[in-house]
Design a protein around this ligand. Structure first.
Ligand SMILES: C[S@@+](CC[C@H](N)C(=O)[O-])C[C@H]1O[C@@H](n2cnc3c(N)ncnc32)[C@H](O)[C@@H]1O
Length: 186
């Protein structure tokens, strides 16, 4: 059941009263965001850990280089930057229209003052995650696809100890993802 929609000429934000299978993001939350090309979801680290292809050897280690492809508004970057004193900034690669998503979330907050507090808090969390990607002191963000990022930025080749991709680039083309996974991993 839809509680609320913000339709924008280029995308939309929807808040569902109850979980639905209509949108990918509702596996994990009540808020669905679309930038006109992609659904931008927001899984937590515990949801990541239960993902079949999540790296089985994943550990937190301040000396490792973490790269996330297609992270959208997942929790991973905020955990890495807030909880660990990493030697190297984590790298996020995602082509989504981040300024549009920030605009939609801000519109959601402005227009949603009558929402339940939980929705407002959720929107704030996603705004923080989006703004974190734009904070160059904390995250190195490549606002493009995995393949274009690696092809155009030689520093990405064989840079990563861990590549995390939960329903990101791998969801759109497993073949391309596998090719670039080998290029980006050490
Ligand atoms: C379904 S969301 C998954 C987000 C997050 N990983 C999660 O599980 O909540 C898909 C994400 O993949 C991104 N994406 C789509 N094609 C991509 C590509 N070729 N390379 C990297 N990211 C891509 C989208 O922009 C979107 O943020």
């Amino acid at each position: 059941m839809k509680d609320f929609i913000i339709s924008h000429p280029m995308g939309e934000l929807r808040i569902y009263h109850e979980p639905t299978k209509a949108f990918l993001s509702t596996q994990t939350g009540k808020i669905s965001l679309c930038d006109g090309n992609f659904y931008i979801t927001n899984r937590s680290l515990s949801e990541y850990r239960s993902w079949e292809r999540f790296p089985k050897d994943f550990i937190f280690d301040c000396n490792k280089q973490y790269v996330e492809s297609g992270g959208g508004l997942s929790q991973l970057m905020s955990i890495l930057t807030n909880n660990f004193n990493l030697k190297n900034r984590p790298i996020a690669i995602d082509p989504f229209n981040i300024s549009l998503i920030i605009e939609l979330l801000e519109l959601g907050l402005e227009n949603g003052l009558s929402f339940k507090k939980t929705y407002r808090n959720e929107i704030r969390v996603y705004l923080e995650r989006a703004n974190l990607l734009l904070d160059d002191t904390k995250v190195k963000f490549y606002n493009t696809t995995l393949s274009e990022a690696v092809d155009n930025n030689p520093e990405l080749v064989h840079c990563a100890d861990f590549l995390i991709d939960v329903a990101g680039a791998s969801m759109y083309s497993m073949e391309t993802y596998n090719n670039y996974r080998y290029k980006i991993l050490k």
